[in-house]
Design a protein around this ligand. Structure first.
Ligand SMILES: [Zn+2]
Ligand SMILES: [Zn+2]
Length: 348
């Protein structure tokens, strides 16, 4: 039951942007520390990612872009996109390590593990030919494509506070991956996409699902949206494996996003997916993602891994926020409108 593997490479820690950039690998190191202190590694295996395989990057990215990142990584300066993803020395190797962690995770599911965890993964903004939003390579899409070798239907559930735009774009025509993203949507908010009417194209039409939530969405409204949309869609699709992108920036203490999930709200979502998965194969790959309150993100990931492994939540009680959070009446009404819109578009 719940045979779980934790994929980890110390090179993840090198993927941390310099200066006052908000993306720091302190989240990963702290989560790992919380898990170690509580004896998690007596209950799950730990594995290093498979050796780096550059060709796997080309399943999502162009040759030109891969070579560009490599060159910038040696130079150690400049930008990898038009805005906020700077190069630093070694960025290529550390980004590849994170990709290989997610790829290895999905391979280990195919090899018999129920659950695999790569908190170094979840870099969902990276596009085919450019970095974006602190994400150099899109391990989520790459892992999904790798997973297609072993599983017929894969679902990605992305609960990061930002829209999973890179993952969506890279898999937009792919019906073998159901992509569901719940995110804050607001004028001027990064990345600006993720509207209800973005549903995929070609054979992939209907397999991209966006749930754009208003600022202020808290546990109650978020869970309502999740139960109304995500569970029915998963039930209809019957995925053989589920990839969760669990960005920690939907947390109420995140400085960049105005959603208001607590650790208890995050846990409720993971519990629901976990319970659903065990009606079938049980295969879950849990990835990290954004998260700019380092401690809140580490706590979110730790309580979530406890759920998958089967560690009693009392063991991690000290990492939880006190209470579930509530949305205002105004926000709840807005969320209900969004839910009705999504249900209509996707025939739920
Ligand atoms: Zn399980
Ligand atoms: Zn994010």
């Amino acid at each position: 039951m719940h045979k779980t593997v934790f994929v980890w490479d110390d090179a993840y820690l090198d993927y941390s942007f310099p200066g006052d950039h908000p993306f720091k690998s302190l989240r990963e190191s702290r989560a790992r520390k919380y898990m170690e202190e509580r004896g998690f590694f007596h209950h799950m295996d730990i594995r290093r990612p498979d050796p780096a395989d550059e060709s796997i990057l080309l399943t999502a990215h162009s040759r030109e872009y891969v070579d560009f990142v490599k060159a910038k990584s040696e130079e150690g300066e400049g930008l990898l996109d038009y805005g906020d993803t700077p190069a630093f020395r070694g960025v290529f190797e550390s980004a590849v390590a994170r990709v290989m962690g997610s790829v290895t995770g999905i391979r280990l599911l195919a090899q018999g593990y129920d659950h695999a965890v790569n908190i170094g993964g979840g870099l969902h903004h990276a596009q085919r030919g450019t970095a974006s939003g602190f994400c150099v390579f899109n391990d989520v899409a790459i892992a999904a494509k790798e997973g297609e070798k072993y599983f017929t239907r894969i679902a990605i559930v992305d609960v990061d506070g930002h829209h999973g735009d890179g993952t969506q774009a890279l898999l937009y025509e792919d019906p073998n991956v159901l992509k569901i993203s719940l995110h804050m949507y607001h004028r001027g908010f990064f990345p600006g996409s993720g509207e209800i009417n973005e549903i995929g194209s070609g054979k992939g039409k209907g397999y991209t699902v966006n749930v754009p939530l208003p600022p202020g969405t808290a546990d109650d409204a978020y869970i309502y949206a999740f139960d109304s949309i995500v569970l029915p869609l998963l039930d209809r699709y019957q995925p053989e494996a589920i990839i969760i992108q669990e960005g920690g920036d939907s947390h109420f203490d995140d400085p960049l996003v105005e959603l208001k999930l607590s650790t208890r709200g995050y846990l409720s979502i993971i519990e629901r997916i976990h319970k659903f998965s065990h009606k079938g194969s049980g295969k879950i790959l849990l990835l990290g993602g954004g998260g700019y309150n380092y401690d809140a993100t580490a706590r979110v990931w730790t309580v979530s891994v406890a759920e998958l492994v089967g560690i009693n939540q009392l063991e991690v009680e000290s990492l939880h926020d006190c209470c579930f959070t509530s949305s205002s009446t105004f926000v709840m009404e807005k969320v209900k409108e969004v839910v009705e819109g999504v249900k209509k578009v996707h025939g739920i």
